[in-house]
Ligand binder design. Sequence first.
Ligand code: FPP
Length: 252
Amino acid sequence: MSEPATDLTNKLPADCEVPAHIAIIMDGNGRWAEQHGLSRMDGHLEGRNAARRVIEACAKLGIEVLSLYAFSVQNWQRPTPEVEGLMELIEMALREELQALVANNVRFVASGRRQDLPQSLQRVLDEVERDTAANDGLILNLLVNYGGRAEIIDATRSLAQQVEAGDVSPADIDEQLFAGHLYAPDLPAPDLIIRPGGEMRLSNFLLWQIAYAELVVMPVLWPDFTAAHLLEAIEEYSSRQRRFGRVPKGDE
Ligand code: FPP
């Protein structure tokens, strides 16, 4: 991020419904690298630049929350150099972007099993969370060592401990109580999921939270993703009729 936030909303139609929470599966770095005769790590480096562009655009658009899927619990199965490279890239990016996040009033939170990450990365996640905690602009939720099923298991464990301690009765468990045990319980559920790279799947992403999210899959590979693609996805979202299980408006 380079400059303080300015308005980008005038690039959208006046009646456009802007989602409060956008969540992105940043896919296609490997394919982008292959197409350019580069290494997979070069693809991830370029993916970092796309993340910067999108964070900046979301801040300018007044989006409340942006969730970015940076490393899944399944990604440990990739070759060791790629796993280590990704850990270093995420740590370096956060160190380098901290000042810009503060300047742009972005509050950073990390979601995932951070206890299994390298110590130095854990420290940076803690530091950036702490140093941006007072900001009240865009919330950037970075998913690192994240899995949707792992999150549901972790929430269940945490709730089960309360039941075991006698603080919660099983009969009191409802969706709201359960959601309070997720990694970032204060964030609203995503309204819009964007998946660049063309794959029509959810890849263990925010499984509890996306029950009623709108999914927009785009062919563009993540390193090529720009603010224009973001605006395109938001316009597509705005054209959808969200029903949350109800009948269409006007048919009640
Ligand atoms: C998936 O593409 C991408 C990842 C597993 C890594 C995404 C991480 C970044 C872009 C770093 C961002 C860092 C910050 C701090 C925001 P892929 O490798 O699966 O691509 P492919 O499907 O083409 O092989």
